[in-house]
Design a binder for this molecule. Structure first.
Ligand code: ATP
Ligand code: MG
Length: 248
């Protein structure tokens, strides 16, 4: 169908600067519904900044970001509506410490979306079950491991029914034994057709989850391709040497 071929997210010629630093210039990107895009690149190349621009947490200086046909502009009246369509999970999960797991994931749908509490609770319980955390629903964040907290943060994002999910190095702060449990949740989301933009240093995971990979360096998308092309046949010296430095 035509409708599904239309990109859900379009980044058109955006430039992002902080004072005298240009993070990127004339960047273009399109993401289709159901597509999983993995973004890699050296530290400081602007991966987090790009995701923050997509969520209207950062203004852009030039260009346009269009989500589901509407422009994302920080400060505009529609920004909150649009932001609801974009779920974001960061390295640090920022759960509310004084609220239980269940309260944490129910909060935004009830407060922001004004949804029915009973229905939200049922959905929350089902999602917690799915990520293996139903038994933790009444615990507080401090009683959870890092991997468990990160799975709660994923559930919290999903509870808003986002069109697009942005994941920024969500396993970077976890002990190695907890990385897998979180990555498995993300893989299952990919299989059910969620649209996701994922920044990760886990190259094996990237290869397994991505429909498409992009490599950003020096303010530009240097290379783009299927995981196979990307990992087996990098076209540029910059990507080859970046991949050689990654442990996997
Ligand atoms: N609020 C800010 N003010 C000024 N400069 C910033 C700000 N946030 C980021 N930068 C700069 O923008 C560039 C991109 O940073 P960003 O955090 O997006 O990189 P990254 O690719 O996510 O790196 P990492 O892999 O280390 O997370 C860096 O040079 C950084 O110093
Ligand atoms: Mg970053």
């Amino acid at each position: 169908m035509d409708v599904d071929m239309r990109p859900i997210l379009e980044v058109k010629n955006i430039s992002k600067r902080y004072d005298d630093i240009t993070v990127f210039e004339n960047l273009n990107l399109q993401v289709k519904k159901g597509e999983v895009l993995v973004i890699v690149g050296p530290s400081g190349c602007g991966k987090s900044t790009l995701l923050r621009c997509l969520n209207a947490l950062e203004p852009i200086q030039e260009g346009e970001i269009i989500l589901d046909g509407e422009a994302i502009r920080p400060g505009s009246r529609e920004v909150n509506k649009l932001r609801e369509k974009v779920g974001m999970v960061f390295q640090s999960y920022d759960l509310f410490p004084h609220m239980t797991v269940l309260q944490n994931v129910m909060l935004a749908p009830i407060k922001v979306k004004k949804r029915d509490k009973k229905e939200v609770r049922e959905e929350a319980l089902a999602l917690l079950d799915r990520v293996g955390l139903l038994s933790k629903k009444d615990q507080f964040p401090r009683q959870l491991s890092g991997g468990q907290k990160q799975r709660v943060a994923i559930v919290r994002a999903l509870m808003m029914h986002p069109e697009v999910l942005l994941l920024d190095e969500i396993t970077a702060a976890l002990d190695p034994e907890m990385v897998q449990e979180v990555l498995e949740v993300v893989l299952s989301l990919a299989k059910e057709g969620r649209t996701m933009l994922i920044v990760t240093h886990e190259m094996q995971f990237a290869r397994a989850v991505a429909d498409r990979m992009i490599f950003i360096d020096g303010g530009h998308i240097v290379e783009e391709g299927t995981p196979e092309e990307f990992f087996e046949h990098p076209k540029t010296e910059r990507l080859s040497s970046f991949l050689a430095k990654m442990r996997f």
